[in-house]
Ligand binder design. Structure first.
Ligand code: SF4
Length: 295
């Protein structure tokens, strides 16, 4: 099997959908590609309106109850169809208020907040953010060196219990060495969808090796639509200047996430609640419980 069954996140939660493309990593935005839903199409860009998704509005409460019952923690990615730090006038303050309240009310879930807009962190983080909520990993997406240099310093200026990087889609070499020490998690992935840009396996190896040296959890999520594996009877390939070759298959699932014969699925989160935490949860409200949980 070329694809691990372990995913980088357990759940995905979208309080609203719609966004504006802001950097080269957005070119083949997966969310825009999937924006024609049963409720009709969401218009992308500054002229479009973001749309609240009410049908799943309270799902995290359900996941939190499951975590308390089973003792198994889970990770929630917020949001795959939007950027919650998007500064668009159609996003109502109550929507953001609901996100922060939901995160506070679910201390046994680990929340992954990813953004390409760290310049808006200070504006939209809640007043009681302090040193960061204990259950939030604040992350920026960096697709190449230019955006690494723009976004990572802004991330590191923002207090958070954990800082993460989503290096996806990786469309150029990225040297993370000057920022890696305080970083708690690095995820790398290649691009999917028509027109996907090839990812040089050596770019991935460099990040993997750096994380290894610095003992930073590294998760290789996917090759995307290009793979280093030769595909029989199929000639479409890309040769990089360093002579690395990748082949176009157009199938993320088949290409999988095996890198040099190994899966890399490390993360910095605890998998389980302790029995004491589970017992405490029966007597405390979520706000009290949060102060007892070790991140
Ligand atoms: S920031 Fe994310 S959701 Fe928004 S357009 Fe870019 S890739 Fe799509």
């Amino acid at each position: 099997m070329k694809h691990s069954l372990i995913e980088w996140t357990t759940h995905t939660w979208n309080p609203w959908e719609g966004c504006t493309k802001i950097s080269p990593g957005c070119l083949h935005c997966y969310a825009e590609h999937n924006s024609d839903t049963r409720w009709g199409r969401v218009e992308w860009g500054p002229g479009g309106k973001r749309r609240q998704i009410l049908s799943t509005w309270n799902d995290p409460h359900k996941w939190h109850s499951e975590a308390l019952e089973t003792g198994k923690k889970s990770r929630v990615f917020c949001a795959s169809l939007a950027d919650i730090f998007d500064d668009h006038p159609s996003i109502q303050p109550e929507w953001r208020h609901h996100v922060w309240k939901m995160i506070r009310e679910t201390p046994c879930l680990d929340w992954l907040l990813l953004s390409k807009r760290p310049e808006n962190f200070a504006k939209f983080l809640p007043d009681d953010w302090g040193e960061g909520y204990q259950n939030v990993c604040l992350m920026v997406t960096v697709e190449n060196q230019v955006y690494a240099a723009r976004r990572i310093p802004l991330l590191l200026e923002t207090p958070a219990r954990r800082w993460g990087l989503s290096v996806e889609p990786l469309i150029g070499p990225v040297d993370l060495s000057q920022w890696i020490d305080p970083i708690d998690w690095v995820i790398v992935g290649g691009e999917s969808l028509t027109g996907a840009r090839p990812m040089n396996p050596n770019w991935v190896r460099e990040i993997r090796d750096l994380c290894h040296v610095h003992r930073t959890p590294f998760l290789f999520k996917q090759w995307g639509w290009w793979t280093p594996d030769p595909i029989p009877n199929w000639n479409q390939r890309h040769i990089f200047p360093d002579e690395e070759v990748v082949h176009y298959r157009g199938n993320t699932k088949l290409n999988g996430n095996l890198l040099d014969g190994e899966y890399h699925l490390a993360h910095p989160f605890r998998e389980r609640l302790t029995p004491v935490e589970q017992r405490l949860a029966r007597h405390l409200n979520p706000y009290e419980l949060a102060s007892f949980l070790v991140p």
